[in-house]
Design a protein around this ligand. Structure first.
Ligand SMILES: Nc1nc2c(c(=O)[nH]1)N[C@H]1C(S)=C(S)[C@@H](COP(=O)(O)O)O[C@H]1N2
Ligand SMILES: [Mo]
Length: 555
């Protein structure tokens, strides 16, 4: 169980739980204009030309010989499972969003450049304000698991449910294509756009258009809305979700550019969430307005009659969905470790053979270096680090020990000697922000070759001078084979200057195909061990132990 002691309360349930949405005025005006324009046009058309005529749809004439009849059992169950998975994704997505409650269209994430923020706070300029300080509270009634800075648990739910969502989607689309049900959803003539507009004019001016019986076919607007939700919004959500993977983006920077960059992809990912919610609201409202009992029988029972059974079973189904939400909260707070392990068992094998194979290639220029780089973590308060800092880390020696043939102690100058490496890369924090910086340091491959790990050493542990969120020193681990990959280095310079205290002086790790929390700052010593299970709580790092983060976060 997650202890709700003072330290956890202060993080998860802070005093300031205000919620504010601020949208950049130019974007807000644009959104309002885009949203209102069709309604204004519809009213104008209605005022001058009256309601447009809508021809009865031949496909929906009851008993029409062509076209799908009713909803087979596979549609009804995929509809239900989709409801479960979609809302788990939305609710956990909101928790993830609030961990960095700002959305940008640029990859630098400089405070003040966001187009929307879900926090009343401006980033203070006169003191250190980390990305973790910036995380906001969200009610557990709205989000999974809710509270503040619960991104590790939220990601577990998000990633497990995305498998369900995708499998349901694939199953559903296969069903569509192997039956005639696709005819309901896929527009086959451009006339559908005209007719969809005419239907919209009806709704927008508070008229119900002649409603075809949904058992046999949909009206044109309904068809377009369903088509867009299934064949545009869902794939775009998945594609933009993947564009937030450091492994993918640092290997194929062009992939993120397809969406306007990593942060634009994150913004689109959020807009899809809003789109799904808007769809659900309108969909449910129209199901209720256009013959609730009959519509419920269609999708729950697959019959076309007026009995109340579909409605009753439908409400039971919704009750099951709500129970799933409650159960997910219960699991989150009482069995977070089990949840973390379940997510690992389900998703890690796939990530090992896909994302983990991608070797980062630096692809950024000096001109792209971010003017601002969000800091994270707690500056060390240990006296030995402070003393080293006052003398500019001249007598600092990195201690490399453990299961190696050649343990060493290296000063920064000695690390520079065998030839430093340099790269300009994009940093991806688990919270959602990114930043581009130039790093210079010694490659881990060189260090590994120097110290000669014993054959049974498999893991490298990096210990920090700095503390962690809930107490204890920060540490993290890398598998040796991962640390041997290009792009893994111990950096002592950032953007052409010795590492600033805030960014991890004197030495920090860079692993370009993983998320930021793997990149230990203020490194004191390195140890080669047999397994990460022997250190700390055994999960592979302080965040993995205390905040249920992934051991191998390449997305
Ligand atoms: N010692 C230590 N290292 C740490 C952290 C920390 O809390 N303590 N935070 C990590 C996280 S979550 C991120 S995103 C990066 C942030 O690096 P930056 O401050 O250079 O942006 O450092 C990582 N290294
Ligand atoms: Mo992070």
């Amino acid at each position: 169980m997650i202890p709700f002691d003072d330290a956890h309360r202060a993080v998860h349930y802070p005093e300031d739980r205000r919620f504010r949405i601020w949208i950049r005025p130019s974007i807000l005006i644009l959104l309002i204009v885009l949203a209102l324009a069709p309604f204004v046009l519809a009213w104008v058309q209605h005022a001058f030309f009256g309601l447009p005529y809508i021809a009865p749809s031949p496909a929906s004439l009851e008993g029409a010989p062509s076209g799908p009849h009713g909803f087979p059992v596979w549609i009804r169950w995929s509809h239900f499972f989709n409801l479960i998975f979609l809302f788990m994704l939305i609710r956990s997505g909101l928790s993830i969003l609030m961990d960095h409650p700002r959305l940008y269209l640029n990859d630098d994430c400089t405070p003040g450049t966001e187009w929307i923020r879900f926090t009343p706070l401006m980033v203070p300029k006169d003191r250190l304000w980390t990305a973790k300080d910036d995380a906001r509270y969200i009610s557990p009634a709205v989000a999974l698991p809710g509270y503040r800075h619960t991104v590790g648990i939220a990601r577990s739910w998000h990633f497990m449910n995305v498998y369900g969502f995708v499998l349901t989607g694939v199953f559903f689309v296969c069903g569509l294509l192997t039956s005639n049900q696709w005819r309901r959803l896929v527009p086959t003539s451009p006339a559908v756009f005209v007719e969809a507009w005419n239907t919209f004019v009806h709704y927008a001016t508070f008229h119900l258009p002649p409603e075809p019986n949904g058992f046999y076919g949909y009206n044109a607007l309904q068809q377009l809305a369903y088509f867009a939700t299934i064949f545009v919004m869902a794939p775009l959500s998945i594609a933009t979700g993947m564009a937030m993977s450091p492994a993918l983006v640092n290997r194929f920077p062009r992939y993120a550019k397809l969406f306007g960059g990593r942060q634009a992809a994150r913004s689109i990912h959020f807009l899809m969430l809003v789109g799904f919610l808007a769809f659900v609201v309108v969909h449910v409202a129209l199901v209720a307005l256009t013959g609730f009992a009959r519509n419920m029988n269609h999708i729950v029972l697959g019959t076309d009659d007026m009995r109340p059974t579909g409605m009753i079973l439908g409400f039971i189904g919704i009750g099951v969905v709500l129970l799933c939400w409650v159960a997910a909260h219960y699991i989150s707070w009482y069995f977070p470790r089990g949840l973390q392990h379940a997510q690992k068992a389900i998703t890690e094998p796939v990530r090992l053979i896909t994302l983990d194979r991608l070797i980062p290639r630096e692809h950024y220029t000096k001109a792209q270096i971010s003017p601002y780089f969000w800091p994270n973590g707690k500056l060390p308060v240990r006296e030995d680090w402070k003393e080293l800092a006052t003398e500019g880390f001249k007598s600092y020696k990195l201690k490399v020990s453990g299961m190696v043939d050649n343990p060493v102690e290296l000063s920064i100058d000695e690390m520079r000697a065998p030839g430093a490496e340099e790269s300009i890369t994009m940093h991806h924090c688990i919270q959602g922000w990114s930043g581009i910086a130039q790093w210079r340091g010694i490659s881990m491959r060189k260090l590994i070759e120097l110290v000669k790990p014993k054959p049974y050493a498999k893991v490298i542990a990096f210990y920090s001078f700095g503390g962690s969120l809930y107490g204890g020193l920060y540490y993290d681990t890398q598998q040796i084979y991962d640390a041997m990959k290009p792009g893994c280095m111990l950096a002592f310079e950032m953007n052409g200057e010795p590492l600033h205290a805030v960014y991890g002086a004197p030495l920090r790790l860079r692993v370009e195909n993983q998320l930021g929390y793997k990149m230990v700052k203020w490194i004191e010593r390195i140890e080669f061990v047999e397994s990460e299970k022997l250190i700390g709580e055994g999960e592979g790092g302080k965040n993995e132990d205390d905040e249920y983060f992934d051991l191998l976060p390449n997305i």
